[in-house]
Write a new protein. Structure first.
Length: 496
């Protein structure tokens, strides 16, 4: 039995970044988003007759000492009158297409993984990225440094303004970032990479520093060139970048305590519509542009920016964080602009929290709310950090999806890891979320149909006790018990 499987058999004794998780908001409170089927959803939900439920139901569960463990299979029975706590599935009412699940490969994360012996690193990457394992298929990199870096840097740290970018270089990233990205892509060639900047080069900003401040408008065209050079430089290193955001967390500079930049709405509109979009088009880059890369409560900003014709032309969608607001705000934006996609791009556990390794139900509830509100992907914060949440040059304590002990190199898996397992091991790229209705106290749920027709239902029971539930699909149903503090995934084949 390898270390991962051993960990899956027993509890390891030993919540979100800036503690943002709100299970009520992201779990039960989100049921209405798909349950009510807004007008845009009704337009996408083609009724083609109720498909039959066929085949045995595979059951995997995380609870107590179990980690993504196989449980006895269930079987569909003829539907009867449902008890309280019934969840009804409507696969013919489809919502968004899934891009995938994964985590950020920051400078700090890549450094941490690079410290593993080659064999252990290959084993971890196989576990995380191989399609037969965790199957992480999306990831996030940084354009220059973030707070989770070994040092603060950009790709043009000139002591004087350098608008022609004569000093542009990605040399720092050749040490461990690019090798780790290539290794992850070798394991999963379909890995989608988003890249986000925390700060432009200091000379482009009013403070002449990477730490806080605001970009000078006169350098926006040069900054678009900087992005273009970055994408091309990475491509020349064998790492294609699939999408970028114009700025991480647009409305904060983190009190100038870390690489960051305030990015006013009018600046983002001008930058994307007049500079970055045209620059990518001129260079023939297929890299997509996502806006805002910050909290749900900026939904009004998203609506305002998408009113601009040029922004709509070049922006593929909105990148969201969950530190403030509720995921239903993503549905507000989707309903106004159904052609623009939602992507969830940051959130990670607190390494100092006592439930770092066991908060799977909280994270699964959060993921459920995200997917019920039109997000196409979930990208956690750092894929790996050490036991102190380092390297870190910023003020906030975080943990990785996994922890790699700096001395022993022992790998510990977080509660977030086990929540991800119930999604990413079952839901494939190209799957669609479909409607599931029913309010079961303490239980969050979301359903998917994979490209091969198989179906997946994830249930997170955050209630204080076990819950009896009945799942209904067309003329069939099944009953099951959900233990307290549990995540359960059901998957089964389908025949229309």
């Amino acid at each position: 039995m390898n270390a991962r499987n051993a960990e899956g058999e027993a509890v390891r004794a030993n919540v979100s970044r800036r503690e943002f998780i709100r299970v009520g908001a992201t779990g039960l409170g989100a049921i209405g988003a798909l349950g009510a089927l807004p007008a845009a959803a009704r337009g996408e939900a083609a009724r083609v007759g109720r498909p039959r439920a066929v085949g045995p139901i595979r059951v995997v569960q995380t609870t107590g000492a179990l980690r993504h463990a196989e449980r006895p299979a269930l079987a569909w029975s003829p539907a009867g009158n449902g008890p309280p706590g019934e969840i009804t599935l409507f696969p013919e009412r489809r919502a968004q297409e899934v891009l995938g699940f994964g985590a950020a490969l920051t400078d700090a994360a890549c450094y941490t993984v690079d410290q593993l012996p080659a064999g252990a690193r290959a084993e971890l990457f196989h576990e995380l990225y191989h399609p037969s394992e965790m199957a992480f298929s999306v990831g996030r990199t940084c354009i220059g440094s973030s707070d989770y870096s070994t040092v603060a840097y950009s790709y043009d740290d000139s002591p004087t303004p350098d608008p022609e970018l004569k000093n542009f270089s990605i040399a720092h990233d050749r040490k461990w970032i690019l090798p780790m990205l290539r290794q992850a892509r070798a394991v999963n060639p379909d890995l989608w990479l988003l890249s986000s900047p925390w700060s432009p080069p200091g000379w482009m900003k009013d403070k002449n520093s990477l730490l806080g401040g605001t970009v000078r408008r006169r350098y926006l065209a040069n900054y678009a060139d900087y992005f273009t050079r970055f994408v091309k430089a990475y491509a020349s290193e064998g790492v294609a970048i699939n999408s970028v955001t114009s700025q991480n967390e647009v409305d904060t500079d983190q009190d100038s305590r870390m690489p960051q930049c305030t990015w006013p709405q009018e600046i983002e509109v001008e930058f994307v519509g007049k500079h970055l979009g045209p620059a990518f088009a001129k260079a023939g880059l297929a890299t997509k542009i996502w806006l805002i890369d910050h909290n749900y409560n900026l939904w009004g900003r998203a609506l305002a920016e998408l009113q601009d014709d040029d922004v709509r032309r070049y922006a593929d969608g909105i990148a969201w964080h969950g530190y403030l607001g509720s995921p239903e705000e993503m549905t507000r934006v989707h309903d106004a602009y159904p052609g623009k996609h939602a992507y969830w791009t940051e959130g990670g556990p607190d390494i100092t929290a006592p439930d770092y390794q066991t908060d799977w139900t909280k994270w699964a509830g959060t993921f459920t709310g995200i997917m019920r509100n039109w997000a196409r992907c979930i990208i956690a914060w750092n894929v790996a950090l050490d036991e102190h949440g380092k390297p870190n040059i910023g003020p906030f304590p975080c943990g990785g999806v996994v922890t790699i002990h700096s001395a022993t190199k022992q790998i510990t898996r977080s509660g977030q890891y086990w929540a991800f397992a119930h999604f990413s091991r079952h839901v494939k790229r190209g799957a669609h979320v479909f409607q599931s209705t029913g309010s079961v106290e303490g239980v969050a749920h979301v359903a998917f149909q994979n490209p091969d027709g198989s179906r997946v239902l994830v249930l997170a029971n955050g209630a204080k006790g076990a819950v009896q539930s009945r799942i209904s699909l067309g003329d069939a149903s099944v009953q099951l018990s959900l233990p307290t503090d549990s995540v359960t995934t059901l998957d089964w084949p389908s025949q229309a």
